[in-house]
Write a protein that binds this ligand. Sequence first.
Ligand code: ADP
Length: 336
Amino acid sequence: MRVVSGIQPTGNLHLGNYLGAIRNWVRMQDALEPGSQCLFFLADLHAISQPHDPAELKRATLEMAAALVACGIDPARSILFNQAQVPAHAELQWLLNGTARMGWLNRMTQWKDKAGKNREGQSVALFAYPVLQAADVLLYQATHVPVGDDQKQHLELARDIAQKFNNDFGGGEEVFTLPEPIVPPEAARIMSLRDGSAKMSKSDPSDMSRINLVDDPDLVMQKVKKAKTDPEPLPSEAAGLVGRAEAINLVAVYGALSGESTDQVLARFGGQGFGAFKPALGELLVETLRPISARFRELLNDREELDAILARGSAKAREIGRPTLDATYVALGLVR
Ligand code: ADP
């Protein structure tokens, strides 16, 4: 089993990024059987498909790498790298561009959503983005790719490209493995501490709306204490939370950290007010984030270590991808 998954580099990481995205990768890595392999990459090449600030991209790429390691991605067990250091991603995309059809890409709902009414003004990269995603997984003969609902269509496209390429140029051989989707464990969706109906986000102007991975314990406690709530005590079952968005969110965060269901959390805190619940939640957050924040800050200040981690991961990725890239050139009749 070879699992390949990418994440867009993003900066100012917060609890939502950790519980909603990064922790799933750590769980996937930790659940792998011996002999299986995970390749995790930072999708920096995808990031240039939309307007971006180069300095910000660089900062976000390093920050994301630091966060992944701090949260538990082990570069000795998993292959962690950024696309830009493995030119085969871009090369294979070009080679697959000859196989992908305009009509297939035109049907991608993410393209339609992102381009909106302004298709003419979009970059070619945004249109061809799913072909790069196909290259990302086909390069490594991925057997399994974790995909949320929004990415299912892109994985189907990768399979269509692989199949057409194998048919047209394989000469009876399977140049590419058709990857299977795996549905990742359901990711938590963490809401703002100031508004239970808005997602916790780095772009919220109020820093009190989110717990950042770099926040120190005092600040975490303060943010939890000031979190918006209602005056009612907590119910003893999930059904009693209906219509109480802020309470639902805080109980969900507690459960996501303690590994308990909402009902289990409420069985302990039911009948108590937020005056009792918030300090318990704050302490659980502080204890969970303490080692992560410490390692995260250490890595952010150690550019050499970060560079070394990404260089080692990229070298391994280049090695694993080379035979497939070579076979693709040969299949297409390209003289090298
Ligand atoms: P932001 O909303 O802060 O700009 P991004 O859109 O850059 O975050 O998201 C990076 C990753 O983190 C994505 O996989 C996204 O699904 C996840 N993520 C971001 N915010 C949350 C949240 N509040 N709850 C759960 N997951 C989140």
